[in-house]
Design a protein around this ligand. Structure first.
Ligand SMILES: C[S@@+](CC[C@H](N)C(=O)[O-])C[C@H]1O[C@@H](n2cnc3c(N)ncnc32)[C@H](O)[C@@H]1O
Length: 369
């Protein structure tokens, strides 16, 4: 399939390949402080944690329980504008306007149907093993990986995925494996974010258009997502148990999602291989007190990290904005910070190595280490 990194069609920035940090964005002219150099319009896939359902607007992600939310002055800490239909999960909004925008994108309601199906699926797969022999037999249907297991290679990962894909081709086997699956809450959140990616892929494939009378719904293409940097091997090598969790989640989704989405299940591995290192947390505000969920904003994933960032990232509704924090000269690399840059160099390096799998090549780290 043809791959396309997003074009940063802009007179301000361009994407270039660097010596140590893959692709990165650079200024192509001098920029004043507080210049908005890029806006990434909407996540390709996202999830708002189930526990925050009533407090987070499904359209703009505004958090009703934030100390800054205006309605909280003596008011309720949950949103009151509601969308519901039989067989679907309920969605909550901060305003009728947000609900209308959300409803214009037909994907939204389909996702709420899928959400209800996943919740039911989780309940249905919570059966206890009848005996230890049954437990052993079912667990042996897929390989398992734990901390301390032999070093993981790309071949190990490919074989593990081949085994779960083979399992999914036999419905009786899949049902048997899933009957006692009992996903943990965070695994279900991952499953929900993946279901949203599968749905987007389905929509991209069918070039499904939103309500033609409304404004266009911004949507990255599937090929743009595929062009993001893959971190599958580094991620699984660092945390082998993640691979077991990914296989379980894939089996669960194959067993639970509606039939029309099943041709798109390869999306699951494609997204899992890229989301670590590319996803952004959805926070309650710039003070980042509470993480409400996460999402993949494709074009925003091209900003490299530095421990002396020259960009500020803010979220306005679904849009991520990037603005300069000082004057920039033409040719300078434009970077955000992935971590708390107040920490000492050893701690910063460790965090970047453990969670983003790279050794920071920024000037500050070079100077301080
Ligand atoms: C979100 S992506 C940024 C875009 C990426 N450079 C690309 O080509 O797709 C994060 C990855 O970029 C690279 N990177 C970002 N900041 C870096 C830095 N300060 N030093 C070295 N590599 C960096 C690492 O490989 C990291 O996993």
């Amino acid at each position: 399939m043809e791959r396309n990194p997003p074009t940063f069609a802009s007179e301000l920035v361009e994407l270039r390949t660097t010596a140590d940090g893959g692709r990165s964005l650079f200024a192509i002219r001098d920029l004043e402080s507080s210049t908005r150099i890029h806006s990434s319009q909407a996540p390709f896939a996202h999830v708002i944690y189930k526990d925050y359902r009533r407090e987070v607007c499904m359209q703009c992600f505004a958090y009703s329980a934030s100390d800054h939310a205006p309605q909280n002055i003596g008011g309720s800490r949950t949103w009151s504008v509601k969308w519901s239909r039989e067989g679907a999960a309920t969605a909550w909004f901060c305003s009728e306007a947000c609900k209308e925008i959300w409803e214009r994108d037909k994907t939204s309601s389909l996702l709420m149907d899928v959400d209800a199906i996943l919740n039911k699926g989780q309940v249905a797969t919570r059966k206890k093993f009848k005996s230890s022999a049954e437990e052993e037999k079912i667990k042996a249907m897929l390989p398992s990986f734990e901390a301390g297991c032999p070093p993981i290679t790309q071949e190990t990962i490919d074989q593990a995925w081949a085994s779960v894909e083979a399992l999914a081709t036999s419905k009786p086997q899949l049902i048997s494996y899933c009957s006692t699956l009992d996903l943990e809450d965070m695994e279900l959140e991952i499953a929900r974010s993946l279901a949203s990616a599968v749905m987007q892929r389905y929509i991209c494939d069918r070039q499904y258009s939103p309500d033609p009378s409304g404004p266009p719904i911004p949507r990255s293409s599937w090929s743009e997502l595929l062009d993001l940097q893959k971190n599958e091997l580094s991620n699984v090598r660092t945390r082998p148990y993640i691979l077991s969790a990914h296989l379980r989640i894939y089996a669960f989704l194959c067993n639970t999602l509606p039939k029309y989405l099943l041709p798109y299940m390869s999306t699951v591995r494609d997204v899992l291989a890229r989301d670590t290192g590319n996803a952004f947390g959805i926070w309650d505000g710039d003070r980042r007190d509470e993480m409400l969920g996460w999402g993949i904003w494709v074009s925003a994933s091209y900003f490299n990290h530095t421990c002396t960032p020259n960009l500020r990232k803010t979220r306005q509704g679904r849009v991520l904005h990037f603005e300069t924090t000082r004057k920039i000269q033409a040719g300078e690399e434009l970077c955000i910070s992935y971590i708390d840059t107040d920490s000492p160099v050893d701690k910063r390096r460790r965090e970047l190595e453990e969670s983003w799998f790279f050794t920071c090549a920024c000037l500050r780290c070079a100077k301080e280490s």
